[in-house]
Design a protein around this ligand. Structure first.
Ligand SMILES: Cc1cc2nc3c(=O)[nH]c(=O)nc-3n(C[C@H](O)[C@H](O)[C@H](O)COP(=O)(O)O)c2cc1C
Length: 331
């Protein structure tokens, strides 16, 4: 039985990828992920704010001494001082991880604007990253900002990053667009070689003791896989790029559903945070057993078999399934 798959131009031994999370933030846990059978890792993100902090610091020092005399140059911090900053740590981490594991290592940049921070994409490539994932999730809070302006910001950022690198670029999308399929197409036109469908941004809550809003990491369950399946199914074979199912994938059956919807790979975070790295082995056993029982010989054979263009029930992915689901609800 062949459970290998192609993703971003890499031949992966199986469809399971570790998505960005604290489990991909240390060499030890990345090695554990590899030992348990994960086929690629997406590193925890380097955030635009962390990089801009460095740029702001440099600007601050340069501005501080711009009116001083020539000797003022000696006040400027040495390169060693900058070497302690977050972004440089991240580059060093990539070098260490790359030297220690065999599987593809995908760096992750997380930001929204097409600013100077995108130059870091080149540094991540030089540090040895096999590919780059860009997570752009912008929550517009201005009621004057139009949807097309938000979309333009996304596309500008993607094309700017794509121009800086030669390694494959994967865009971790969110579903908050009037037409996510059109945005997916525009991301690919702007240079994306793969799409992760979808990001699952932080949740907002309110602490009634502190009387303050809170941001919480969003731990999912299999119930959250629905939109992942829908949009993988809609996009299958519509674009020349890889598709990674992302959000709500907790079991072998979830992975099989994603592949049948049209995904090339399936990214996991919550399930591994809850159950530990050893769950990867169980999910792989689960996939193999199901395939054997149903006489499938390869992942390729089942890919996209229940996508929008292949299913005999396309309405399940469309609006009128809402009417059907309501009319057939039983208590
Ligand atoms: C604790 C935690 C930390 C995360 N850190 C990142 C991150 O650094 N960058 C990123 O793009 N996504 C991050 N994510 C999102 C995950 O990569 C993933 O997209 C999301 O959790 C949905 O997948 P899941 O249903 O398997 O959890 C994080 C998620 C969790 C729960």
């Amino acid at each position: 039985m062949d459970i290998s798959t192609d993703f971003l131009g890499f031949k992966l031994q199986n469809p399971l990828i570790a998505s960005a999370s604290p489990l991909t933030a240390s060499l030890d846990s990345i090695k554990k992920l590899e030992d348990n059978g994960i086929s690629a890792v997406i590193m925890h993100s380097l955030f635009e704010e962390e990089i801009n902090h460095e740029i702001d610091q440099i600007d601050h020092f340069l501005h501080l001494h711009s009116d001083s005399n020539a000797e003022a140059i000696t006040y400027l911090p040495s390169e060693v001082d900058f070497g302690n900053l977050q972004a440089d740590h991240y580059l060093e981490e990539i070098r260490r991880v790359k030297a220690a594991v065999q599987i593809p290592v995908i760096a992750s940049l997380n930001g929204v604007s097409a600013g100077g921070w995108v130059n870091y994409a080149t540094k991540l490539q030089e540090a040895g990253a096999d590919a780059l994932e860009l997570n752009i999730t912008y929550i517009p809070t201005s009621i004057d900002m139009r949807g097309d302006e938000v979309e333009r910001m996304y596309i500008d950022t993607v094309s700017m990053v794509a121009q800086h690198i030669s390694i494959p670029l994967n865009i971790k999308m969110n579903p908050y667009f009037s037409n996510p399929a059109n945005m997916a197409k525009r991301f690919v036109d702007a240079g994306a070689k793969g799409l992760s469908i979808f990001d699952n941004p932080t949740r907002v809550d309110i602490d009634l003791e502190l009387l303050s809003p809170l941001r919480k990491a969003n731990i999912t369950t299999s119930a959250n896989v629905s939109e992942t399946l829908r949009w993988c199914a809609i996009l299958y074979r519509k674009l020349s790029c890889s598709i990674c199912a992302n959000t709500g994938i907790h079991s072998g059956t979830d992975v099989l559903k994603c592949v049948m919807s049209g995904a090339d790979a399936a990214a996991l975070a919550s399930v591994l945070l809850i159950k530990g790295e050893s769950e990867i082995k169980k999910i792989l056993v689960n996939i193999r057993e199901w395939m054997e029982k149903h006489e499938y010989e390869s992942i390729l054979q089942m890919k996209g078999s229940i996508s929008l263009s292949h299913t005999d029930n396309p309405s399940a992915y469309e609006r009128n399934s809402y009417m059907y689901a309501l009319q057939h609800y039983h208590r």
